[in-house]
Design a protein around this ligand. Structure first.
Ligand code: NAD
Ligand code: TYD
Length: 337
């Protein structure tokens, strides 16, 4: 099996490639990543290039760059490549439209022309918008995105649907909950809390801190994507969640408790504009039809995650200081914006 994994130098993509290397060593993986600020080659620095693993630096929205990669032979596309941070999308939606929408369209077009066997679009529960106190989103909930990020992901989901309906491209859309685990860029809340707490710096909590997110350990998400790749039906959508709902404030307190740090570092700051109140997904479909289950309890996964950051201060200190960019500049020449 030849996999094209896009965005494999980012958080979930790098975890997925590591997962696949260990569980499915016969699969060949081609990793295409633009190396934006969020793509860090250090995440996969120990993987040997050549044989079953190749890396190409480039933009999924660039058709002429991507075409030769498809010409070399691809069975399955797993598209992680995206701008992924809501706060950045509020500052500037432009790269979100280019990478998340145009990028998906280019990949879909190439998948159509090269008769790809399966195309997995890694989407997010944020496309459904915000929930009140009750209920959870099923796969048939209407798309109601509220941030430029989630709107760009919803647009890509709809392009996927149209390429399945119109051309029969075997597309599957997955909608994952909030991920956490190793290699997460510390602008995202979970990694920010842990690294700020270790450094005894303030932890900015938006608004009243009562917004709720549904958390899943990244390895459980990767295992779900493997199940979708092996058993998922073309044209279907699968939610991927682990039923771990927590308010932001409860999450901060649990992590501070884990690290034996005082609550005094919590700092309430101005709310995010358009801040979604609550996310939660029903995952009965993937559980029943694809026999996937999360393996880790939230407590176990939180411990593993905190311990990973404690054991890898060099990694996140380089990322936080910006010096990681120097590291990959040396390896790969100039930098993408
Ligand atoms: P990330 O920001 O850590 O990584 C994104 C990667 O994509 C980076 O390596 C970046 O360099 C690369 N990239 C961006 N634009 C590109 C382009 N035009 N061409 C090639 N590469 C490009 O993001 P993540 O948290 O790992 O998320 C991966 C995917 O999963 C995204 O599509 C995101 O929408 C989705 N998702 C994320 C979460 C989450 O909680 N992090 C939850 C559900 C779904
Ligand atoms: P984030 O990790 O950005 O994921 P998303 O917004 O895509 O769910 O944020 C998770 C939650 O944490 C969200 O409710 C916003 C909140 N948050 C803070 O309170 N402070 C912060 O500094 C950040 C980055 C997020």
């Amino acid at each position: 099996m030849k996999l094209l994994v896009t965005g494999g130098m980012g958080f979930i993509g790098a975890n997925f490639i590591r997962y696949v290397r260990s569980k499915q060593p016969a699969w060949a993986v081609v990793n295409v990543d633009k190396l934006t600020y969020a793509g860090n080659p250090e995440n996969l620095a120990d993987l040997e290039e050549g044989g079953n693993y190749r890396f190409f630096r480039g933009d999924i929205a660039d058709y002429s760059f991507m075409e030769p990669i498809f010409q070399r032979g691809v069975d399955v596309v797993v598209n992680f490549a995206a701008e992924s941070h809501v706060d950045r999308s509020i500052q500037d939606a432009d790269p979100f439209v280019k990478s998340n929408i145009v990028g998906a369209q280019v990949l879909l077009e190439l998948a159509r022309r090269h008769a790809i066997k399966k195309f997995i679009q890694v989407s997010t529960d944020e496309v459904y918008g915000s929930l009140g106190a009750e209920g959870k989103f099923g796969e048939d909930a209407p798309l109601c995105p509220n941030s430029p990020y989630s709107a760009s992901k919803a647009a890509a989901d709809l392009l996927c649907r149209s390429f399945f309906k119109t051309y029969g491209v075997p597309v599957i859309v997955t909608r994952g909950a909030n991920n956490f685990g190793p290699y997460q860029f510390p602008e995202k809340f979970m990694a920010l809390i842990i690294t700020n707490a270790v450094e005894e710096q303030a932890i900015p909590v938006y608004g009243d801190g009562l917004n709720v997110r549904d958390w899943i350990y990244v390895e459980d998400h990767c295992r779900a994507l493997e199940a979708v790749l092996l058993k998922g039906q073309a044209g279907e959508i699968y939610n991927i969640g682990a039923d771990n709902e927590l308010s932001n404030l409860d999450l901060v307190r649990q992590i501070l408790n884990e690290l034996n740090k005082p609550d005094a570092v919590i700092k309430f700051v101005q709310d995010r504009p358009g801040h979604d109140r609550r996310y939660a997904v029903q995952s009965a479909k993937i559980k029943q039809l694809l026999r996937w289950r999360p393996v880790y309890s939230f407590r176990e996964a939180l411990k593993l995650t905190v311990n990973w950051y404690l054991a890898h201060p060099d990694w996140w200190k380089r990322v936080k200081s910006g010096s990681y960019r120097q590291y990959y500049q040396e390896w790969y020449g100039g930098l993408a914006k």
